[in-house]
Design a protein around this ligand. Structure first.
Ligand code: ADP
Length: 886
């Protein structure tokens, strides 16, 4: 048998043995140790110890002992409690209850941790998804464990039913049963409360203790230790859940009003279970039928409870939770009222079973629906939410068992009634608050945490300047940059993430968006199963990706965590602002020669370069006689074609802010008489070493009126911005040769180019060269920052000699969707960008895995000059081959 599955079975049967014993004994506590309410007091103490233990002990013990020995030792705490019952007194039961309470939390935590590690380990070996295997393991565990409620109670009823002289309960004594029981002392003196024969009690305790010992032996003998590397990774998890941070997160969640309103409902769960186990068993069953019936009655509860849990889980999908909560309330309300009125009598034998059956049904609703409610409401903060759940539920138990001795049953029933009403009011308010909130986009459950409906074939190609080891991408060696890490979907490629041990968890990746980010980004991330950061509920380090349209603050870069990514590098404005780009490309031209950096039209920054511009303008006029070049004047700080002016005569040049005056490409390559340019998407995942991906699909943006140099002020003929053309009179018209709208995809453009005999691959190569040379202009000056990436939009215009020109570089290329072509291109693009970021499952943990260090890049920068020489050579070679005219 597969080793991991064997371990799952060992744990499951170990728990079955232990909880068969514990479950049976818990149901009997109130009846078996009824003197001065010792039994219920011990249960109350037990749950209080459990609350404290769950806050502090599990991480510490698991780290020190490992999962196997934590499970074994915690089980011994249960055995101590069983032994304490042999000589039940305040001095034995209370301390052993504390011991059990302390052991309870580490036991469950260690079990969960073990199953998770085993599931991940198997998934890794078998190449399956960790979460699926973990779910299967938990399924097996609960399937086996569930039945413990039946066996323990069956044992108690069978053993205690063996008494040769079954006590006949007198009619007088029966008056003391039910809601108006003759509280504690009186009730305990009745025949029914006479302790069963001690030999039978010892036999039963002996069986329970034996069962507990067997559980420990099973674990010690057959459960494998987790391997050293798995423990290491687990220790990291435990460090994250440091007691203090979890406690703080738990209490921080109380700032959320919804959590506060849910407290009564959560406590109700403890109250109602406490009542059934402590009071119903004692004041109704034991009192009227005898202690040996407690087991049978509780089996009835356990059976309906399990059955209905499964059932309601399914039904809720059709009815919604509100209907089920109402149904649960109705059942409990009717039961409470009936219990207040009912005078239990052995003649109504069946009724003793109807109540636990109904109670089990309602309890199934509370358990499944309240858990689910927490999961949905506090989706982004599940850990703290469930810690709150456990805390308030346990407190409900503590109170219910705590007051059990002092209050008469009818008063407890009124208390239950009030708590139930309060719960429903609180729950109603939460539902109301939820309905008031603006509807949130649905979070589809994705198959894989980082998996996604991504492109079948990645469309990124790596310009020749990057070395990529293996992978699906076009690659070519050159000395400028390198990239060695692995990439998602099994292929190798470039990544910013360090290789962590992957470890699956149920947490989703979290994204954080700045206000102005288009909703498509949210949609795509949601599609990939990510969830959105909620600053009200989450810590500021609790996100994986922060996307904004404007640059980040220095502190954002400084405080970045290993699992986080920012969508901008610092200093990239040096190529994304028109005047800085012009200046930097001019500088590069000065250093590396105009032959290499001649892809950007000559530009002057005004007013600073006014004199130089006049000189150039006059020179041209003189050399060309009366015919002068065309110029385009663009405000440096504006985008979307705003404030642009095209002119030929200097007298038309008017500007009142900083602008660049650039040579206007007056011979663009036209398609059916229309001007067009390319919006090329480029993703840089590292500047050190420089790692660039150019997206092979992109947008071809058309002007919507025919190109005409005699009407320079017609923006629809000269500018290709969609923001302008979508308001043009011909936008919706079917334009000959280009169709409706103003966009094509790259693919369509490529086929067109091929159809007119252009070597589109060579053109693509030249465009890639432009991208690399432009980025090289700023590579040395981008500060060494970790975990950034940047998606640039390069605007490229091709002239009628098939020469590509760089018009500008956009730092946050538009990601909103204007038409179906936008949706095809941009959605695919974004999915692939996220793929490139190479998130690992370890990133979903959002915990520190040590400081990321990077080697100095000085040597890389020194290599730039060398690489540029190589480029120069290849550029020249390509030039002669670019156009194959028909
Ligand atoms: P913005 O980002 O403000 O839109 P761009 O530089 O992208 O500024 O220019 C807008 C449009 O003007 C381009 O899409 C292109 O159609 C046209 N354009 C810009 N510069 C030139 C140029 N030098 N030659 C020809 N057309 C140009």
């Amino acid at each position: 048998m597969e080793r991991n599955l064997k371990n799952v079975l060992v744990i499951s049967f170990g728990f079955l043995l232990l909880f068969t014993a514990y479950g049976g004994l818990q149901s009997l506590q109130s009846s078996l140790n009824s003197e001065e309410g010792l039994g219920v007091a011990s249960l109350s103490v037990l749950y209080a110890a459990l609350i404290i233990s769950s806050m502090f002990l599990p991480p510490f013990l698991i780290e020190k002992l490992g999962c196997k020995w934590t499970i074994a030792c915690s089980m011994c705490c249960y055995i101590a409690f069983f032994l304490g019952n042999f000589y039940s007194s305040w001095y034995t039961l209370i301390p052993t209850s504390v011991i059990l309470g302390l052991g309870g939390a580490p036991l469950w935590s260690a079990k969960c941790t073990y199953l998770t590690i085993a599931g991940n380990s198997y998934a890794q070996k078998a190449g399956k998804i960790g979460r699926d295997i973990i779910n299967q393991y938990f399924g097996v565990f609960f399937l086996i464990f569930q039945s413990s409620g039946v066996w323990g109670n069956l044992i108690s009823s069978l053993v205690l039913g063996q008494s040769p002289q079954q006590v006949e309960i007198s009619e007088e004594d029966l008056k003391c049963c039910g809601a108006y029981d003759c509280i504690t002392a009186a009730a305990n003196n009745t025949t029914a409360f006479k302790k069963p024969e001690m030999t039978l009690v010892y036999t039963m305790l002996g069986i329970y203790t034996g069962s507990g010992v067997l559980a420990v032996l099973l674990i010690v003998t057959f459960l494998d230790q987790i391997k050293a590397n798995e423990v290491e990774s687990e220790k990291e998890t435990m460090k994250k859940e440091s007691p203090l941070s979890l406690v703080l997160a738990t209490f921080r969640l109380l700032k959320d009003k919804r959590q506060c309103f849910l407290i009564p409902l959560t406590m109700w769960s403890g109250f109602e279970q406490g009542f059934l186990a402590g009071d119903y068993t004692k004041s109704y069953v034991t009192c009227s039928l005898g202690i040996h019936f407690v087991g049978y009655v509780m089996i009835c509860f356990a059976a309906t409870n399990s059955l209905c849990s499964m059932l309601f889980g399914k039904i809720s999908q059709f009815t919604g939770r509100k209907v089920l909560f109402s149904f649960g309330t109705l059942i409990n309300l009717s039961c409470i009222i009936a219990l207040l009125l009912w005078k239990p009598h052995p003649s109504q034998f069946a009724v003793f079973f109807i109540f636990p059956a109904l109670w089990g049904m309602a309890d199934a609703i509370w358990q499944t629906q309240t858990n689910a409610l927490y999961g949905v409401l506090f989706e982004k903060n599940k850990e703290a939410a469930f810690a709150n759940y456990r805390l308030w539920e346990s407190l409900g138990f503590v109170i219910a068992f705590g007051y059990s001795t002092f209050l008469q049953v009818y008063i407890k029933l009124y208390v239950l009634l009030s708590v139930l009403v309060m719960s429903m009011v609180g729950y109603g308010i939460v539902e109301y608050m939820e309905s008031k909130e603006s509807p949130r986009p649905p979070t589809p459950v994705s198959k894989e945490i980082t998996g996604a409906p991504a492109q079948e074939t990645p469309l990124w190609s790596v310009p020749a300047a990057c070395i990529v080891y293996g992978g699906n991408y076009h690659s070519k060696n050159a000395p400028v940059c390198e990239c060695k890490s692995s990439r998602g979907r099994g292929s190798k490629g470039c990544t910013m993430a360090e290789d962590h041990n992957t470890k699956d968890t149920l947490k989703p990746l979290v994204f954080r968006l700045h206000d102005s980010v288009p909703k498509m980004v949210r949609e795509v991330l949601m599609e990939r199963g990510w969830s959105e950061f909620d600053k009200r509920q989450q810590d500021k380090s609790d996100w994986n990706l922060y996307w904004r349209n404007t640059p980040f603050h220095v502190t954002d870069h400084r405080n970045i965590k290993p699992w986080q990514r920012l969508n901008h590098y610092p200093e990239t404005v040096k190529i994304t602002r028109k005047d800085y780009l012009a200046r930097n490309l001019k500088r590069m031209k000065g250093i590396y020669g105009s032959a290499l950096y001649e892809f950007s039209p000559v530009a002057f920054i005004m007013p600073n370069d006014y004199v130089k511009f006049i000189a150039e303008y006059s020179k041209e006029r003189q050399s060309q006689g009366r015919k002068s070049s065309y110029w385009i004047c663009k405000p440096v700080n504006l985008s979307r074609g705003r404030g642009i002016l095209i002119f030929q005569d200097i007298k038309d040049l008017i500007y009142d802010y900083v602008v660049i005056v650039q040579k206007y490409i007056s011979n663009p390559l036209l398609i059916s008489g229309y001007k067009w340019d390319l919006r090329l998407y480029v993703c840089v995942t590292s500047f050190c070493p420089l790692t660039i991906y150019t997206y092979e699909e992109g947008l071809v943006r058309f002007a919507t009126e025919k190109f005409d140099l005699s009407s320079l002020d017609n923006v629809y003929a000269h500018l290709t911005n969609t923001s302008i053309n979508k308001f043009g009179p011909s936008y919706k018209k079917d334009k000959v040769g280009i169709g409706r709208g103003c966009k094509w995809t790259f693919s369509k453009c490529r086929s067109y180019l091929r159809s007119i005999g252009v070597d589109d691959l060579l053109l693509w190569q030249r465009i890639n060269n432009i991208v690399t040379l432009t980025l090289l202009a700023i590579t040395p000056s981008v500060p060494l920052t970790h975990n950034c990436f940047e998606l640039f939009g390069f605007d490229i215009l091709i002239d009628d000699k098939f020469k590509p020109w760089l018009l500008e570089v956009n730092c946050s290329p538009a990601l909103h969707l204007d038409c179906s072509i936008d949706a095809t291109v941009k959605k695919g693009l974004l999915h692939d960008v996220i793929e490139l970021l190479n998130y690992k499952q370890i990133d979903t943990l959002r915990q520190s895995k040590g400081v990321r260090t990077k080697a100095s890049c000085a040597s890389n920068h020194r290599l730039n000059a060398l690489s540029l020489l190589l480029y120069n050579l290849s550029w020249k070679l390509q030039e002669d081959h670019l156009v194959k005219r028909p």
